[in-house]
Ligand binder design. Structure first.
Ligand SMILES: Nc1ncnc2c1ncn2[C@@H]1O[C@H](COP(=O)(O)OP(=O)(O)O)[C@@H](O)[C@H]1O
Ligand SMILES: [Mg+2]
Length: 319
């Protein structure tokens, strides 16, 4: 099956006053219809840099992004503008992404109004009601409200309805539930998962919290200092993490009755700066299992099962 979205070997280098900052290095991701991939990593690990590179906002420093097989770098600016609505993004702070002076109906209709040539079947307002319905907000109660009259969870659902109005192939949620309370988080997570399935979207769900990933993703990719350290089906990775960093993240998620095989304590509290990364494996300065080899050599990414990959000199086994 051709992936809906395929990023191959993408790197992102930001120019800073202190020199080039390698935010993302050689990351490959593949998104399929009706599936959600969770991208997990601490703050500063490069998650948002990947999301922007995937959308070509701006393009990655190197590597390629294909949408339905089309290399975005091969498109003219106009063609790219035409394709962009197929990739929609939902952000952390819903209220700041919604114009406070507009009514919910007009916010949700923004993508429809941007392309007045193709009126939706049944008309604009009927389509808005349908979209609000899809995110669990009855139009008769919500369409005439303004963003300040919404809770955080409701505002995020309006942002999702607006994203859906563009009929995307890919839905990227960047820390979309981080600012919500626990019950609103659950509502929005279930909604995102249901929508990727019913609408056949490919989902990229970005979070610093491995705990929320279980609820929403089919597959997980763990990011550390701009590189992927472990990838695989969410159930398998969470049941038996092989990278010591995944194990450490998992150990920080409270769950009774779970036993992990290795010492999962991080050696240092904070990740190193991407401006001055350690030699060899980026994780070695916090890794309880690090050896001299980890300082000398960047670990290659190895396939340990048909759908699982890990980049570590000392992967955990039999967790
Ligand atoms: N526009 C930018 N200019 C310079 N540095 C940036 C820029 N955007 C992000 N960074 C740096 O790149 C690294 C990754 O950031 P980001 O992708 O936002 O991570 P995350 O979303 O995982 O928190 C961080 O060290 C951050 O400071
Ligand atoms: Mg971010």
């Amino acid at each position: 099956m051709t992936p809906v979205l395929e990023a191959t070997g993408i790197s992102v280098v930001h120019r800073t006053r202190s020199g080039p900052l390698h935010a993302v290095t050689d990351v490959s991701l593949s998104l399929e219809a009706r599936r959600t991939l969770a991208l997990v990593g601490e703050s500063g690990s490069g998650k948002s840099s990947i999301a922007k590179a995937v959308l070509h906002l701006p393009p990655p420093t190197s590597g390629t992004v294909r949408l339905d097989g089309t290399d975005l770098a091969a498109l003219s600016a106009r063609e790219l503008r035409g394709l962009r609505p197929r990739m929609q993004m939902v952000f952390q702070d819903p209220l700041s992404s919604l114009n406070p002076r507009r009514r919910v109906r007009d916010i949700v209709a923004e993508p429809l109004d941007a392309h007045p040539g193709t009126p939706p079947k049944g008309g604009r307002d009927a389509r808005v009601d349908e979209l609000l319905d899809a995110v669990g907000l009855p139009g008769d109660l919500f369409a005439d409200r303004r963003p300040t009259q919404l809770s955080g969870g409701q505002a995020q659902r309006v942002a999702i309805a607006r994203a859906l109005a563009a009929e995307p192939r890919v839905l990227i949620a960047d820390e979309a539930v981080s600012a919500l309370d626990v019950s609103a988080q659950a509502t929005v997570l279930n909604l995102l998962r249901g929508l990727t399935e019913t609408l056949g979207l490919a989902g990229l769900f970005i979070s610093h919290d491995l705990g929320v990933v279980r609820a929403v993703s089919d597959d997980v990719a763990v990011l550390y200092l701009g590189r992927l350290c472990e990838e695989g089906p969410t159930e398998d990775v969470l049941a038996a993490p092989t990278h010591p960093y995944t194990a450490a993240l998992l150990a920080a998620v409270p769950e009774p009755g779970r036993a992990l095989a290795a010492d999962t304590r991080l050696v240092a509290a904070d990740p190193p700066s991407p401006l001055a990364p350690p030699s060899g494996c980026g994780f070695r300065t916090r890794c309880p299992l690090a050896t001299a080899r980890c300082a000398a050599e960047q670990p290659a990414t190895v396939r340990i099962a048909p759908d699982r990959r890990v980049a570590c000199h000392h992967p955990l086994t039999g967790a």
